[in-house]
Write a protein that binds this ligand. Sequence first.
Ligand SMILES: Nc1ncnc2c1ncn2[C@@H]1O[C@H](COP(=O)(O)OP(=O)(O)OP(=O)(O)O)[C@@H](O)[C@H]1O
Ligand SMILES: [Mg+2]
Length: 416
Amino acid sequence: MQSFLDILQKPTVFADRNVMSPHFVPESLPFREKHIERIMSCMSPALQGIRPRNLFIYGKTGTGKTACVRRVTGKFEALGTRARVVYLNCRTYNSRYKVMQKALKGLVPDVEKTGFGMTYFYEKMLDWVQDGNGRFLVLVLDEVDMVKDLDELIYSLTRSNDEVSKGGVSLIGISNNLSFKDKLDPRSKSSLFETELMFETYNAAQLEKILADRAATGFKPGAVQQSALSLTAAASAQETGDARYALKLLLRAGEIAEESNLDPKALPQVTDKEVELARKSIDGELAKDAIRTLPRHQQLVLLAVANLTLNGSRNKYQRLGDSQGADENLLSGEVFDEYCHLCREYSLEPKTSRWHREYLLDLEMLGLLALTESSKGFRGHTRFVKLGFPAADIVGIIRKNLESNEVGREISEVEG
Ligand SMILES: Nc1ncnc2c1ncn2[C@@H]1O[C@H](COP(=O)(O)OP(=O)(O)OP(=O)(O)O)[C@@H](O)[C@H]1O
Ligand SMILES: [Mg+2]
C-alpha cells in the first residue's frame, strides 16, 4: 500500500495549482485593457466627489467580466478614499433585502445579521452617504439577473440619490443573460443601462495567450507541451470562446497526466492525448448537469433514444439499412413509440407527437443528440436521431434521476 508520503512525493505537473482555479484573478488580463480602462474611467468621478454614472456590463460566460471588475475594484479600494466599492454576487444575494443588508454590513459594521427592515437599511445608507462632505458608494452586482425584485432594488438605490444633496450611490450590473432586460420596468431599465460595456468572446489565438500566461505560473516549466496548449485553445474557441472552459480543460489535462504517470521519477507531461481525454471528461460532466435539469418528458425522450441505441430497435424492420452506423441512427417514429412505452412505465400520460418533435429539437440544441433529415422518398419525410453521448451513461443518469422523488417534484414545478 502507498503511504501518505508516497502520495505527497508523487511528481506533479503543477507549480501552483491555485493559479489554475476559476476564482484566481491574474495580475494581467490580456485583450481586456480597454475594458478595464472603461470601467476605471466610469468609476473615477467618485474619487473627485462626483457621482459616477451607472454601468451595465454584459457578454457571454467566461469572457472575463468578473475578473476585470475584480481587478478594478481591488485598485479602487487601495486608494482608501471617501468612495467605497462593494462587490456582491447576486446568485447568493438574490433579493433587494439581501443586497441592501450585505452592502450595509460592508459599510456600517453595527448592522446586525437579521431583525431589521428595509427602512432601517435605507436610512443607514442615507446616513453613510451624507456623512461629512458626502461619500460615494459604487455597488457592483454580479449576475444581477438573479435578483428577484430587481425593479424595487434599482428604485430604492436611485431614489436615495434624489434624497441627498451630497454623496451618492452608483451601480455596476454584470450579466451573461440579457433576457431579464425585457421584464424590467422602463424606468429601472434606463437607469441600470445608463452606460453599457460589452465583452466579446475570445478566439483561439487569444485563448492560447491567456492559457500560456496562466500555465507559466500554474504549471512547472516544460510540463505542458506547446501543441497541447494550442489544442486546448482551439477546442475551447470551437466550443464557445470561453476562457473558464479553456482553463478548466488545461487543469483537468494536468490532473490526468499526473494520474496516468507510472514513472515516479519522471515529470508528467500534458500532451494532446491528455487534452483529448480531459475534453471527454469535462463534456461528460457538462452533459450530466444539462440532463439533470431537463423537464421530465424531455428526459424520457432522451432515455428512449439511449434505450434504443443500447438494446436495438423494438421494430427491427424499421431500421435504416445503411452500412455505416446503422445501429446508431434511429427513426424519430420509433423513438416516439419507445417514449410512449416509457411514459407508461413511469405512469405518465405521453405528450403528443408534435411535442415529441419539439423535445427532440430542444435536446439537439443542448448538444445531447443530433438530428438529420431523411432524403425525400424515404418513408415520406422523417428524421434520424443519433445520441451525442454514450448510451449506457445516459440511461444510468436518467434512471437515477427519475427514481429520485426530489427531482420529480422539482421538475413538475418547472412544468407547472
Ligand atoms: N483576458 C483574460 N486574461 C486572463 N484570464 C482571463 C481573461 N478573461 C477571462 N479569464 C479567466 O477566465 C475565467 C473566467 O473569467 P470570468 O469569471 O471573469 O468570466 P465571466 O465573464 O465573469 O463569466 P460568467 O458570465 O460565467 O460569470 C477566470 O479564471 C478568469 O481569470
Ligand atoms: Mg462572472
